[in-house]
Design a protein around this ligand. Sequence first.
Ligand code: NDP
Length: 256
Amino acid sequence: MFFEKFRMDGQTAVVTGGGRGIGLACAEALAEAGARVVIIDRDEAVAESGRQALAGKGIEADALVLDVTDSAAVDKAAADIFAKHGRIDALVANAGIARTGTAAEDTPDELWLNVNDVNYNGVFWCNRTFGRYMLKAGHGAIVNIGSMSGYIANRPQLQTYYNASKAAVHHLTASLAVEWADRGVRVNAVAPTYIETEMTKSVVDKSMMDIWLRDTPMGRMGQPHEIASVVHFLACDASSLITGATVKADGGFTCW
Ligand code: NDP
């Protein structure tokens, strides 16, 4: 009875940026819980490689190409998914990009707009559109992927544009949660520390990582599955009283 709340049998779950990294681990976790998973990624090869990685583990998933910054395309994708599966129960708004190394005063418009378009606008377009289907059904759970960088200024990395976009996701999460709380739709977020993925490889050099590990109480990075298990908890009925929360999964970094 108790553990049934962790099951998602018969549900449809959508994971943006699900072709690799944290998104792929989330897709696997939700599928293991019984959900039919739709992987969304903007690159066809990445989306397909995610689908195949799951197929290799005996999990059948859909792969869909979508750029989350295109709100009209998000609308169409949601309509297509609903037409095919008849329900949309969970959304993991995970697609994001990291850019670092440019001081705030040198930040060109394009850099600011690009990061915020994916990390913030894209999250809102997906929350709004997939949320509509959940509101109509009176049931659903959204999990947004924020970041510890939404809590701290992360000065050595010079990434004001990224930090601000993730803080915005945390507040968007709380705001939507309050609006939708009495209509059956929960909205939560997860704020990860550094997780071993392609993204981290591309933006974190060794000196930065040494500083980071020194200052992290647990003294290590995270793995994608350690975020996926939190996402699964927030996406399923086991967390039925939780909405508007941003759960830190950061090895204790932001505690001090
Ligand atoms: P990855 O870069 O490994 O994976 C992200 C995936 O999202 C990529 O396949 C990427 O495609 C896709 N994507 C990017 N932009 C879009 C878009 N506009 N539309 C659709 N898909 C898109 O990143 P991670 O798995 O490491 O990160 C996932 C999330 O977790 C991000 O939101 C990130 O900010 C957040 N996060 C990550 C941390 C980490 O240490 N890794 C720490 C804290 C938060 P493409 O290759 O084309 O960009």
